[in-house]
Design a protein around this ligand. Structure first.
Ligand SMILES: C[S@@+](CC[C@H](N)C(=O)[O-])C[C@H]1O[C@@H](n2cnc3c(N)ncnc32)[C@H](O)[C@@H]1O
Length: 326
């Protein structure tokens, strides 16, 4: 199995130093993975110690997934204590990137508002600011609920998930130059041929500066995981298929609800600098930690299910099960 080899320039420091006395399940050059309830573990983290929290908690679904989704009506109440800890441990200009899926109300063809209610509570009750709402475009989602989409044909396929980008302050650190995408053909032509200042029908003045080559286009707030041309540097996006391969090799269970590596990759590049700390308190297969490692950010991941933590170590070439059996 391939090991992730990173030459860590500051190897004397590791994020496990932020949690003295708490033993990680495993650690790497840049990160530490903890087994446990993230509320308890986060309570032990110092205030203002984390640059970005990037996470996807269990969604509120009206059917129970195997890793224990919380009921929609109780979701906001359940989540707020986690959110308060996240706000405390983030630096003032840090970011909280929260991926949540939408869902239908049980028995009727209308959508639940739980993720909007959550967003409002995060801002009004916890004090976060909404920097921007983003979306994960996931065309691989199955058409569901079958009754409304496939049988009665009265609803269409749902292909996006919500990503709330929040911050303790209105001014989270961000640099969109780090996530530029290739220019469109039209824009490349325009850069080559030059651009004359003009006024759009909307009334906007477009100056000649618009035609300047700035190394790439500013990306949209839509994260895609299967369109090769979306992100300029998509190297890490293979990590999920490698994780599945390693799990199969070891007879280990693959996590059933991973997000694509493109998601943490995009936000880590946009919102953090090298050697800053990224936390995923609902880590699952530790996609966030793996991407952070490859981008040379320090990372902490917390996951409550032992099997998921054990299997996530396979991403880093660490077979905890084999070490335990010896
Ligand atoms: C949607 S999954 C995250 C998947 C992850 N983004 C990935 O790419 O693999 C949510 C995870 O949160 C974990 N979880 C639920 N409650 C938790 C808690 N209180 N503390 C830590 N982890 C928790 C679940 O076991 C599950 O693995």
């Amino acid at each position: 199995m391939r090991r992730v080899e990173i030459d860590n320039p500051q190897s004397s420091w590791n994020p496990s130093l932020l949690l003295p006395g708490v033993k990680p399940a495993y650690s790497t050059a840049f990160g530490a993975a903890y087994l446990g309830d993230s509320l308890s573990v986060m309570r032990r983290l110092p205030s203002n110690s984390v640059r970005a929290v990037i996470t996807s908690p269990p969604y509120a679904l009206h059917f129970k997934k195997e890793y224990g989704n919380v009921d929609k009506d109780a979701y906001v109440e359940w989540f707020l204590p986690f959110a308060k800890e996240i706000k405390r441990i983030l630096v003032e200009d840090g970011s909280f990137v929260l991926n949540v899926g939408g869902s239908y109300n049980p028995g009727i063809p209308t959508r639940s508002l739980y993720h909007f209610k959550l967003l409002i509570a995060l801002c009004d009750e916890v004090g976060f600011h909404l920097a921007q709402e983003c979306f994960w475009y996931n065309p691989a989602k199955l058409p569901a609920p079958a009754e409304w989409v496939n049988v009665r044909r009265i609803r269409i396929k749902d292909s996006v998930e919500y990503i709330w980008w929040l911050s303790p302050s209105p001014w989270p650190f961000a640099n969109n130059r780090n996530v530029l995408v290739p220019y469109s053909q039209d824009m490349r032509r325009l850069i080559k041929n030059g651009f004359r200042a003009t006024k759009r029908p909307s009334g906007h003045n477009i100056t000649a500066k618009f035609g300047k080559d700035r190394g790439g286009a500013i990306p949209a707030n839509l994260i895609e995981d299967d369109v090769p041309s979306n992100l300029i540097d998509r190297g890490n996006n293979e990590s999920n298929s490698e994780y599945i391969k390693y799990c199969k090799e070891c007879g280990a269970k693959v996590h059933p609800a991973r997000f694509p590596a493109a998601l943490p990759q995009f936000f880590i590049k946009l919102l953090t600098a090298r050697n800053e700390v990224v936390l995923d308190p609902f880590a699952g297969s530790n996609t966030t930690g793996w991407v952070a490692e490859t981008l040379e950010r320090y990372w902490i991941s917390i996951e409550v299910e032992k099997e998921y933590v054990t299997n996530s170590a396979l991403r880093f070439g660490l077979n905890l099960q084999a070490e335990h059996d010896q």
